[in-house]
Design a protein around this ligand. Structure first.
Ligand code: NCD
Ligand code: ZN
Length: 349
């Protein structure tokens, strides 16, 4: 028996589209299903000015297949040199939706990130005043902090002080991976939300390390132990509007992943909606998928819910997708959830 589920078209509130040949190949994987996405600015060099964001937006739109109705929501990469006036201007002109904070050295292409948080105080104050959200990569980078503790330590040492010092600043704790993060968001009801990825609902750290090292499950923040995965599932499927989808789909060519020093990032754009339907059905929460993918994000970002719809259907045979996407920058492996998924996005929806 086929089951159907029709939702307003979903949005992806954290996405890496890259540039050049990679952008051309991965962009359609997102625009097929998603109406909007918050676009990460960690290119090389990063997107740091309004003018660069406008140019990148135009390259994304050029890579978007005809017939795919897609709006990239651009972000600026916050540095200690960011000019508050440029941020305000880019926002007022509709070029950017948010600003992204990477602690220096936290992840792929984050060398330009922030080391001294006092030096971005002026920008954060201006953003609070204008209601511009700050998207935060929530990990400290201090080498003495264990990688599995970096999110919890970031919340205590950086996030909470920033929020206290800048009241009114709207903050998204991106790709939350721990129970600590979920609890922190739940305890704060003033302009704080979190995105959750598809892969962190599916894998824990055993998937990366037990029985052989699996580079395609390595991402940042790294997947934690099972108790944290369960907390993320509970938060995502709870109906709490402070939690919404940000896939953090982050393509890297296979040779960069399958290496002695492999890059961080899982590529989930291709099968995100299928896997999410599977996960929410397992949680007996299919009726809450709509909030997570289509409603909570727009509510936080103060944008309308999309008018179009998407239909998911569950068939008797496993949904197929390519193992990898061919790009002129090399093949990119699609995230493998490790189980059969019977949900697919209906053609022509
Ligand atoms: C991202 C990337 O490759 O750009 N990687 C990742 O593992 N998520 C960077 C990031 O968002 O941390
Ligand atoms: Zn990311």
């Amino acid at each position: 028996m086929t089951r159907h589920l029709t939702l307003p078209r979903p949005d992806d509130w954290h996405l890496h589209l890259r540039d050049g040949a990679m952008l051309a190949a991965v962009c359609p994987e997102t625009t097929r299903d998603f109406a909007r996405a918050i676009i990460m600015p960690n290119l090389v060099p990063p997107v740091v000015t309004g003018a660069q964001a406008a140019a990148y937006r135009d390259r994304i739109l050029a890579a978007c297949p005809p017939g795919h109705d897609f709006t990239p929501l651009m972000t600026l990469y916050l540095t200690e040199e960011t000019d508050p006036a440029d941020v305000l201007r880019a926002h007022a002109e509709g070029i950017i939706t948010a600003v992204k904070l990477y602690p220096a050295g936290a992840t792929t292409n984050s060398a330009s990130g922030v080391t001294d948080f006092d030096r971005v105080r002026g920008v954060l104050d201006a953003m609070a005043e204008a209601g511009i959200p700050l998207c935060v990569h929530g990990e400290v980078t201090d080498s003495e902090v264990d990688i599995f503790d970096r999110e919890a330590v970031f919340i205590e040492r950086v996030l909470d002080p920033i929020r206290r010092a800048t009241p009114g600043l709207r903050v998204v704790l991106e790709h939350v991976t721990t129970r600590d993060g979920v609890d922190y968001v739940r305890a704060n009801d003033d302009g704080l939300a979190a995105t959750i990825t598809v892969h962190h609902l599916v894998i824990n750290r055993n998937h990366i390390l037990a029985g052989g090292i699996r580079p395609h499950y390595y991402c940042l923040p790294v997947a934690k132990r099972e108790t944290h995965r369960l907390a993320l599932r509970e938060a995502a499927s709870s109906g709490d509007s402070r939690f919404f989808l940000g896939t953090d789909s982050a393509p890297h060519a296979d040779d960069a992943k399958e290496s002695a020093c492999g890059c961080a990032g899982c590529f989930t754009a291709t099968n995100a909606m299928s896997i999410l339907a599977h996960v929410f059905e397992e949680e007996n929460a299919l009726d809450r998928l709509e909030g997570f993918v289509s409603r909570h994000g727009p509510a936080f970002y103060r944008l309308p819910v999309n008018e179009g719809t998407i239909t998911l259907e569950k068939g008797d045979t496993a949904a197929g997708w390519p193992d990898r996407i061919d790009t002129d920058a090399g093949p990119v492996t699609v995230f493998d959830p490790g189980f059969d998924v019977f949900w697919r996005v209906a053609e022509g929806a």
